[in-house]
Design a protein around this ligand. Structure first.
Ligand code: SAH
Length: 399
């Protein structure tokens, strides 16, 4: 791909782009109609046609492409991507060396200089996720770069092309090298995870919650009853159980969650029989728990940003207060709610407001024990802080 196009940036946006803002959107561009084919290299020029930066055109939920370089003569080729991957790997040196953690993010989109692409590491295997056709158009150079810079057993990919980031189901997500077992067993702080690299959109674990899981295990779980809602493969339950919880209850709507959670427990030598795994709508489960007057010491809330079940539609930005209120009702006094969201639609400040509102409406009292955003390997660009979507707050219920 050698054709390039020029986009003229409106005056009021020039400084921002010069200073390193990486996302290309429509509003700042005066002659937008030029951008046509995804993957094209675009040059951003100022009102006097002087070069500001170059990037690629690719339609994504967030915008229309990403800046790749602020140097006019830098070519966007395999060497360019190799440099980016190398420095990303260097930044994660500690992770590569850590034998107790063999799953982490190696490359985090614009945080590592190339928006629209993430690369995760699973014990020698690499998983590329493409967030637009535009970045996927550069697949050959990126693969070449990856192969020449990192040692690998095999390479897999997920395509999340459409504007909502939905997974595009392929017959096969395998790309190159050796095929991985299904599952491979990776480690996170010494705990085992079963990872399926070629089994739909999700591989079995969300790596961005590593610090939260560790914290639950080390500081909160001992002797406590734990309710894990939207539990997926039960990762929080596993860490709670290993931290000495008296019992865990995992609730998820998806049928697959039962087997997957049992598997997670058993590969960590936890007695599955002593844990509850319930396939049900969380909102029904809350009603059941209230009816049975059940109370938990720890309640984990980790809903998707948006979900539709048969009876309910949940949107984090609209419904989190309600979700919190349901959780507060079934949490013991002095118990802890771990409230999490990966919604990029609102800030940590707004999230803290949701918490305030939920307790206020119930006439309750609380104390925030600690909070988390993305971990180090999920690197965030200085000039694109909105890339830090994760918000997790440990809330102690006082009344
Ligand atoms: N907490 C998990 C990740 C959650 S992913 C972890 O740490 O790994 C979101 C999960 O919510 C999915 O598994 C999905 O099946 C589930 N889900 C979505 N809506 C739900 C609902 N109404 N009730 C129960 N589970 C739901």
């Amino acid at each position: 791909m050698n054709k390039e196009i020029n986009l003229i940036v409106k005056k009021e946006y020039i400084v921002e782009y010069k200073n390193g803002y990486p996302l290309i959107t429509k509003e700042p561009v005066a002659n937008w109609s030029l951008a046509s084919k995804e993957g094209l290299i675009v040059n951003l020029l100022d009102d006097k046609k002087k070069f500001i930066a170059k990037g690629y055109y690719g339609i994504q939920n967030k915008g229309y492409g990403w800046i790749l370089s602020w140097q006019k003569d830098e070519k966007i080729d395999a060497d360019y991507f190799a440099k980016k991957i190398m420095s990303a790997a260097k930044y994660r040196e500690d992770f590569f060396k850590d034998e107790n953690t063999t799953a982490f993010r190696v490359f985090n989109g614009e945080g590592d200089g190339v928006g629209g692409l993430t690369i995760d590491y699973f014990d020698g295997f690499y998983m590329l996720t493409w967030y637009s056709i535009g970045i996927y158009e550069h697949k050959e150079e990126i693969l070449e770069a990856l192969k020449s810079t990192l040692e690998y057993k095999g390479i897999y990919q997920k395509k999340r092309f459409d504007a909502k980031g939905m997974y595009l189901d392929e017959a096969d997500d395998f790309v190159w090298g050796e095929r991985a077992d299904a599952p491979i067993i990776v480690k996170e702080n010494g705990v085992n995870f079963a990872i399926y690299l070629d089994d739909g959109p999700m591989v079995g674990v969300f790596l961005d919650q590593r610090e939260v899981r560790k914290t639950i295990r080390e500081k909160y779980a001992k002797g406590k009853s734990v309710l894990n809602t939207f539990s997926y493969t039960g990762a929080f339950s596993v860490f709670a159980a290993l931290g000495g919880s008296s019992k865990t209850t995992s609730v998820d709507l998806a049928n697959r969650s039962l087997n997957k959670t049992q598997e997670q427990f058993s590969i960590n030598a936890i007695d599955v029989e002593k844990q509850d795994i319930i396939v049900e709508d969380v909102f029904n489960y809350f009603k059941y728990a209230v009816r049975k007057k059940m109370l938990f010491d720890i309640v984990v809330l980790d809903p998707p940003s948006f979900a539709r079940s048969k009876k309910h539609t949940f949107s984090a930005s609209k419904d989190y207060v309600k979700l919190l209120k349901e959780a507060i009702e079934i949490t013991n006094k002095n118990g802890v709610i771990v409230a999490s969201t990966n919604s990029s639609n609102f800030s940590m400040m707004a999230f803290r407001d949701f918490i305030f509102k939920a307790f206020k409406e119930l006439n309750g009292k609380y104390k925030v024990e600690e909070s988390f955003t993305l971990p180090k390997d999920f690197r965030v660009a200085d000039k694109f802080k909105e890339g830090d979507y994760l918000k997790v707050v440990f809330i102690r219920k006082l009344k």
